[in-house]
Design a protein around this ligand. Structure first.
Ligand code: C2O
Ligand code: CU
Length: 469
């Protein structure tokens, strides 16, 4: 581990050597960020209510907000101070495979007391997040996650750049995380672990101070285990400028409601058109209810500028391989089956076929991809590097899902219900009975997971992997 002092000394040395122009220098090693996964407490409930014991990166929730820069090396050491093994997955980063953090696929889980050195250079700018990839259904529910922001080399100017992390917690009467229901069979086989407390940046209600005329860049992240939410900034008309980290042609969300399935992110540009001294509730719609989760609070007297900015805001494109060769594409099917109300008769698990009762009772698997429950020994498919891939996903279950591709962003190319959207995503929402075909160019070599990000579904069988190269 490089100490702050060694780091400064190293930088000074590089500079003096460089000034002689004698050697070509490797980029200075980045300072190493320490991420200690450990127990802590957080004030998740209303004022006057007790603090909640959580697990968090550096003991806090959300964990340390990481800001790094596109194309520059990043270094973090995970220290595991939890009572169980863990890893870190850098969700949405087109990472090198060895740094993807998937326990038992790209690295062994880090035991209690152990460490792991994560070293990589994020290729794309955007809004990402990090979380464990071992017992994720439990570790995420306990609070292990944090924002991972990759800044553009020249970020378009805004007055404030704010990260807004939404989470859904299941809290018992005692103010503690409801442990007895962690991983229970009902969550596993139905909608996943839905909570009873929504938080914004780890707080029950969050005031966001703004000034009239300001332009905000809001980076929304859903860290919910399973809940689907839709966010509204009342009295404001934000535009979406990126989804899952990747820039989009700016658009206004339908009905001014931005929906986020678990793990999805959106970057919004919000121009503060409210009056000096006013406030505007931030609302979340979920499960037929509307909840207030915070407020934009306008400064009592100061303005940023006389009127709101009128120029458009565009993010520079990321260097993602975006050309797809549909004529030469390889197509695969992904049949999603199982779960309550649409139980399969039988499925394969670790090479053996079981009837649904035995599989549920003995192995707690109730969902399957192409008839296989849980991580198969062989990949779902292998793709030659550079190939265009079509994945026809068919949700034959009675539940919605949030399908997450590691290593690649994918683009929807056909849809049973609406027009194709030209957006690159790493997590694709699928309603019950929906069919969506996505395409991507398999450019990133390695073993990549594909799973539902409703984490009880992932644990209950909705997990597979594909291999590139
Ligand atoms: Cu956000 Cu496989 O995970
Ligand atoms: Cu699911």
């Amino acid at each position: 581990m490089v100490t702050r002092r060694e780091f400064i000394a190293g930088t000074a040395l590089s500079a003096s050597v460089a000034s002689f122009g004698l050697v070509r220098l490797a980029p200075a090693a980045p300072p190493v960020l320490r991420l200690d996964a450990k127990p802590g407490t957080a004030h998740l409930l209303e004022a006057g209510q007790p603090e909640t014991p959580i697990w968090g990166y550096n003991g806090r929730v959300p964990g340390t907000a990481i800001r790094t820069r596109q194309g520059e090396p990043f270094a973090a050491d995970l220290h595991n101070s939890l009572p169980q093994p863990t890893t870190i997955h850098w969700h949405g980063i087109r990472n090198i495979n060895a740094m993807d953090g998937v326990a038992n696929l790209t690295q062994p889980a880090v035991p209690p007391g152990g460490t792991f050195a994560y070293r990589f250079t994020p290729p794309d700018a955007g809004t990402y997040w990090y979380h464990p990839h071992n017992r994720t259904w439990e570790q995420l529910a306990r609070g292990l996650y944090g924002p991972f922001i990759v800044e553009e080399r020249r970020p378009p100017p805004v007055d404030q750049d704010l990260v807004l992390v939404f989470d859904d917690w299941r809290i018992g009467d005692d103010g503690a995380i409801h442990e007895a229901s962690l991983g229970n069979f009902h969550d596993l086989s139905h909608a996943g672990r839905l909570g009873n407390i929504l938080t914004l940046n780890g707080a029950f209600a969050q005031d966001i101070p703004v000034k009239a005329g300001q332009r905000l860049r809001l980076r929304l992240i859903s860290a919910a285990n399973a809940r689907i939410i839709a966010v509204r900034f009342t009295g404001h008309a934000p535009r979406v400028v990126a989804l899952d980290g990747q820039p989009v042609e700016p658009f206004a969300p339908k009905n001014n409601l931005l929906s986020l399935a678990p793990a999805q992110r959106a970057d919004l540009i919000l121009d503060c058109a409210g009056d000096v001294g006013s406030s505007a509730p931030i609302q979340v719609e979920t499960g037929g209810e509307t909840l207030e989760i915070g407020k934009l609070i306008y400064h009592a007297s100061e303005r940023q500028r006389a009127t709101v900015l009128s120029d458009a805001f565009h993010l520079p494109a990321n260097p993602m391989p975006a050309e797809l060769d549909h004529d030469a594409a390889v197509s695969i099917d992904l049949d999603m089956t199982g779960g309550a109300m649409a139980w399969f008769q039988s499925a394969e698990y670790r090479g053996k076929t079981y009837d649904v009762r035995t599989l549920a009772r003995e192995h707690r698997k109730v969902w399957a991809f192409n008839g296989i429950a849980g991580m198969p020994e062989k990949p779902l498919a292998r793709f030659a590097a550079g190939k265009t891939v079509h994945v026809r996903m068919k949700n034959r279950t009675a539940w919605p899902h949030a399908m997450h591709f590691h290593g690649h962003h994918v683009r929807e190319i056909s849809h049973s219900a609406r027009k194709p959207l030209p957006h690159w995503r790493d997590t694709v929402f699928m309603a019950r009975d929906e069919e969506i075909t996505v395409a991507f160019r398999a450019h990133n070599p390695g073993k990549w997971m594909l799973h539902c990000h409703m984490l009880a579904h992932q644990a209950g069988g909705m997990s597979t992997w594909y291999e590139v190269g």
